[in-house]
Ligand binder design. Structure first.
Ligand SMILES: Nc1ncnc2c1ncn2[C@@H]1O[C@H](COP(=O)(O)OP(=O)(O)OP(=O)(O)O)[C@@H](O)[C@H]1O
Length: 252
């Protein structure tokens, strides 16, 4: 479904990605791991079109993603969450969730300005869909409270709710376990797996937390110095000598 081939990304003299290739199949959760500076975020930013790679191709569902503009990526069913959260603190949890649907059903400016009946209907439909998503994520009780002030773990779930509102077929999850307690990481892993069976999506999960990777991913790609060093099941990648070497440091 997502196919990355020979991706190269250079920033002046720095090569962030050096011929990376792998695929993420339908319905699969693929983990992307590697030490700091390995190139994980750079790859994520190529898929979301923040960066344009120097060489290589990215196709999604047969479509050349590099031919799209950044805002068109989400319209193709790709949603993302952010490492440090990107919510609107003063909006309510419900409103933040509804923002996620903007890519598919924002009424036109004129319709909003004239307050056409369709605008109200669209809003009502989005609101009821957002309630459904919040209930599925156990957030309905918080729907009318502002996002600010909630614990970090709760806000991570609100981000997930917002991403689900775009009805993604591919989720890009950027270090979802970062800043969470051990118990919260376990809960989040289970939630992601439950959401996949409820809503149906594949995911690319950048993560340092090996417990989360092992417990959530069907397939793992490991990177180091901008290259793919292992690609297989979580257990195969965890036992790969190249991965152990990359994490523990090279012997002289
Ligand atoms: N905008 C940029 N300009 C110059 N160099 C960059 C830029 N973004 C990333 N790099 C470099 O590219 C390499 C890969 O960085 P990247 O952030 O993709 O790694 P990472 O695996 O996500 O690391 P981390 O786990 O620490 O987030 C690093 O050497 C980094 O310094």
């Amino acid at each position: 479904m997502l196919e990355i081939q020979n991706l190269v990304l250079r920033f002046g003299g720095i090569t962030a990605l050096e011929g990376v290739s792998f695929t993420v199949a339908d319905d699969e959760i693929c983990g992307l791991i590697g030490p700091n500076g390995a190139g994980k975020t750079s790859l994520f930013n190529c898929v979301t079109r923040v960066y344009l790679p120097t060489e290589g191709t990215i196709t999604y569902d047969g479509q050349d993603l590099l031919a799209l503009r950044r805002h068109q990526v989400v319209q193709k069913g790709i949603a993302r969450t952010f490492q440090n959260l990107a919510l609107f603190p003063s909006l309510t949890v419900l409103e933040n969730t509804m923002v996620g649907a903007h890519s598919r059903s924002t009424p036109g400016l004129l319709a909003c300005a004239l307050s056409w009946p369709t605008t109200h209907r669209v809003r009502r439909e989005l609101e009821s869909e957002a309630w459904y998503v919040l209930e599925e994520l156990g957030l309905a009780d918080l729907a009318h409270s502002p996002a600010h002030g909630h614990p970090f773990g709760t806000l991570k779930r609100v981000e997930l709710a917002r991403a689900l509102m775009s009805r993604p077929s591919l989720m890009l999850l950027d270090e979802p376990a970062g800043g969470l307690t051990h118990a919260e990481v376990h809960e989040l892993s289970e939630l992601i797996l439950r959401m996949r069976s409820t809503f149906g999506f594949s995911a690319l999960l950048v993560e340092h937390h090996m417990g989360m990777v092992m417990g959530t991913c069907d397939h793992v790609v490991a990177m180091d110095f901008g290259r793919t060093i292992a690609d297989g099941t979580p257990r195969e990648v965890q036992q790969s000598p190249a991965v152990i070497d990359a994490y523990l440091g090279r012997t002289a």
